[in-house]
Design a protein around this ligand. Structure first.
Ligand code: TXA
Ligand code: MG
Length: 340
């Protein structure tokens, strides 16, 4: 199949492009579109055949539930049961935004394969004008995982989606680069207190400021099945092995030298300040103190490493606070836990 790209990243009247995307979605096909976090691959969440096409296009394990995107807060009650008061407080404060809330699922509305075997549903209202306009025009819920091939970093530009899914999906709506850069925070509202199943673009501090202390899935003991099944799979992995390394210029320079002594080439992902480390390729992700810039640029940097001849990739760590919690979660997954 031919993959078309329509750009809506301009000030012209784009209503025909949205209508084209909606026609494709209503016919039971998938469409990639930007959100404030990463690009999503959407299908009408009430259409089982359409939802199956998401798994097929991505090569995604079919036991991993999809987030359902909605355009209005009022729609929550169409898909969820027993929405607690503190969830309403979070929605008032942070929707639209990078926060997915998991609720008990209202039976018989969302296609069964969107939440395979789950009695719950993850809902989110994305904070992106293109995603919101698409949802308004469609007037229905969009099941949408990140629009990458399963296992690869999430796409933060239309070109990433095209690279991964060309020939496998009919349409990419191009709204330019995404801003947040890491996926939404997934918060399970069916536990008391609520549990962060995946750290993401909305920080734990921001959640706790509204509803008080929450649990974190990462703190559960080794071997326990993660309740966001997506977290158990190999993720975000570049083609060459990636190692996390301490944020210290001398340590990085020594690591680069020792890799060179082994006759290997190295790409480094790090802040502006360490660009003189002697690496064969250096991909800067912003100023050292700017964790949001690191989130915004991380997946693109990992993809850029795949365009090099590097044998080893080093990625400079950041503090696990604020959005750094999501950045370090993704980096350690990309590294499969390895540190240099
Ligand atoms: O920012 C985002 O969340 C992006 C954009 C496109 O919205 N979407 C995204 O979707 O990252 P995906 O499918 O790549 O990741 C969804 C994560 C997975 O780890 C999945 O297991 C978890 O959320 N999840 C979804 N529904 C769930 C549910 N009902 N219960 C537990 N975990 C759920
Ligand atoms: Mg994903």
């Amino acid at each position: 199949m031919e993959t078309k790209i329509v750009s809506v990243d301009n000030h012209m009247d784009n209503s025909l492009s949205y209508q084209q995307a909606v026609d494709i979605l209503k016919s039971g096909e998938v469409v990639a579109f930007p959100t404030e976090t990463v690009y999503g691959l959407g299908a009408l969440a009430t259409d089982e055949t359409a939802v199956q096409r998401i798994y097929d296009a991505k090569g995604r394990p079919s036991d991993n539930p999809l987030i359902v995107h909605i355009g209005r807060q009022e729609d929550v009650d169409k898909y969820a049961l027993n929405v607690p008061e503190h969830a309403k407080a979070l929605m008032e404060r942070y929707w639209p935004g990078p926060l997915t809330l998991v609720f008990h699922k209202r039976p018989g509305v969302i296609a069964e394969n969107a939440t395979p075997g789950f009695q719950t549903v993850g809902l989110r209202m994305p904070d992106h004008p293109v995603a919101l306009e698409l949802l308004r025009t469609l007037d229905g819920p969009l099941a949408a995982p990140s629009a990458n091939r399963s296992g690869k970093p999430s796409p933060t530009e239309a070109a990433h989606v095209y690279h991964d899914l060309k020939g496998r999906i009919p349409l990419i709506v191009d709204g330019g680069r995404t801003g947040v850069g890491v996926e939404s925070t997934v918060l399970d509202m069916t536990t008391e207190p609520p549990t962060i199943l995946r750290p993401g673009g909305l920080t734990r501090e921001m959640i706790e400021a509204v509803i008080g202390p929450v649990h974190a899935e990462s703190k559960t003991s080794e071997g326990e099945a993660p309740r966001a099944p997506g977290m158990k799979y190999m993720h975000y992995a570049p083609e060459s092995p990636l190692y996390v390394i301490e944020s210290d210029e001398a340590v990085i320079q020594r690591a680069v030298s020792s890799i060179h002594e082994d006759g290997k080439r190295v790409a480094v992902i790090g802040p502006d300040e360490y660009g003189d480390s002697g690496a064969d390729w250096y991909f800067s992700v912003g100023a050292r103190s700017d964790q949001q810039a690191m989130a915004t640029n991380l997946y693109n940097a990992i993809r850029q490493c795949d365009e090099t001849e590097a044998d080893i990739i080093l990625a400079v760590e950041t503090a696990s606070t604020g959005v750094g919690e999501a950045v370090m979660n993704r980096l350690l997954k990309a590294a499969d836990g390895k540190r240099f």
